[in-house]
Design a protein around this ligand. Structure first.
Ligand SMILES: Nc1ncnc2c1ncn2[C@@H]1O[C@H](COP(=O)(O)OP(=O)(O)OP(=O)(O)O)[C@@H](O)[C@H]1O
Ligand SMILES: [Mg+2]
Length: 343
């Protein structure tokens, strides 16, 4: 049964970005709703607005050059775009946390690994002492000690052997896969309700990638945390996501349960992405069967932005952005000429 208010509802979000060449229409009515415990993949080609969408939820997009032109981002029913920076800091790290692609840019090279996790835990514990297993009467020293103990526990949970000793190491003493585990530990230490993971495994080799994805899905399954997993890789989506939203040029063109979308893709763009799933010998990001390129966002094509590349497009497609139609009660597609389900 669906909850009355989704945990996260991105509702018709529009964003432009000022640049040297002009104003780019980066997000064009993004629409997405996540329930508790769901793992959503946000997929699409480079530049389609995945990261900007994720960063918007944590309000980490700089305005200017960006400007929100309409829509809302409701977290637990509250519009984060209207929150003060102070209220937002409260949400970030605690209720909403993020993991970014490159672990080397997210860990401080001169601080011990355990200390960095403990710092995050301590900071969260100032407003939420229960995270540290304490009540609000606990003093600084007890909190500090509890934060250190929690850091070691978290390292254990993400599979770092000999965690108490390794907590004393510096980031350069960890391998890339271990650093990514540290970032996961850091992101989950505050028991967030929503985790936004932006290409968390792209920098890793395939075996490590599978291990990290398994770890992540296990940890969130246990806690009920909802996840927005940003990735250009539909293989990652198939491996761990319960749902997927396919984005093209700032718009979600198809969304629904992973199995339904990947087995019965209805949008011509989703089909093209699937046809381009990496095979040996293929350049990364290369799309087969899909002529043309991502549209110029400063002068986007009218109507459906995919129409200029779409073999099924008619003149009506250039008139207006197609409304969503339901493929099933949980699977929707924004296309005037979708493929029939199963066809
Ligand atoms: N600071 C910025 N100034 C100007 N344009 C920007 C800025 N940041 C992003 N953009 C533009 O916004 C669009 C969306 O970028 P975004 O980073 O969200 O793409 P993405 O889908 O995450 O791509 P990738 O798969 O490469 O990470 C791109 O066209 C990009 O050029
Ligand atoms: Mg990105």
């Amino acid at each position: 049964m669906k909850a009355a208010v989704p945990l996260l509802h991105i509702d018709n979000l529009h964003l432009t970005m000022r640049s040297f060449e002009g104003e780019a229409h980066v997000l064009n009515g993004v629409d997405l709703a996540l329930e508790r415990g769901e793992i959503w993949g946000l997929a699409g080609e480079t530049g389609c607005g995945k990261s900007i969408t994720g960063l918007s939820v944590s309000r980490l997009v700089k305005t200017p050059p960006a400007q929100y032109r309409g829509g809302r981002i409701l977290f637990d029913g509250q519009d984060v775009l209207g929150l003060s920076e102070r209220a937002m800091r409260h949400l970030r790290g605690r209720a909403i946390s993020m993991i970014f692609q490159d672990p080397s840019t997210n860990l401080n090279p001169v601080l011990r690994v355990g200390e960095q996790i403990a710092d995050v835990a301590y900071e969260i514990g100032r407003h939420a002492p229960e995270v540290l297993g304490l009540d609000e009467r606990a003093g600084h020293l007890r909190r500090r000690r509890a934060a250190r103990a929690l850091a070691v526990q978290m390292l254990e949970r993400v599979g770092i052997p000999d965690a108490a000793r390794r907590a004393q190491d510096y980031p350069h003493q960890f391998s890339g896969g271990m650093r990514q585990r540290v970032l996961i530990a850091m992101a989950l230490v505050g028991q967030p309700r929503l985790l936004i993971a932006d290409e968390p495994t792209t920098a890793l080799d395939v075996t490590l990638q599978a291990q990290i994805l398994d770890l992540l899905s296990g940890l969130v399954r246990d806690s009920g945390t909802a996840v927005l997993m940003i990735t250009h890789n539909l293989g990652v989506v198939a491996q761990i996501c319960s749902h997927v939203a396919v984005m093209y040029a700032g718009h979600v063109v198809e969304a629904g349960p992973t199995r339904s979308v990947l087995q019965s893709p209805c949008h011509p763009y989703t089909r093209a992405l699937l046809a381009a799933l990496p095979r040996p010998g293929m350049a990364r990001g290369q799309l087969t069967n899909l002529p043309g390129r991502v549209p110029d966002l400063i002068h986007p094509p009218p109507g459906c932005r995919f129409a200029p590349r779409c073999a099924r497009a008619s003149s009506a497609c250039a008139q207006q952005t197609p409304a969503y139609r339901d493929v099933s009660p949980t699977h929707r597609v924004a296309c005037l000429h979708p493929h029939e389900e199963g066809a």
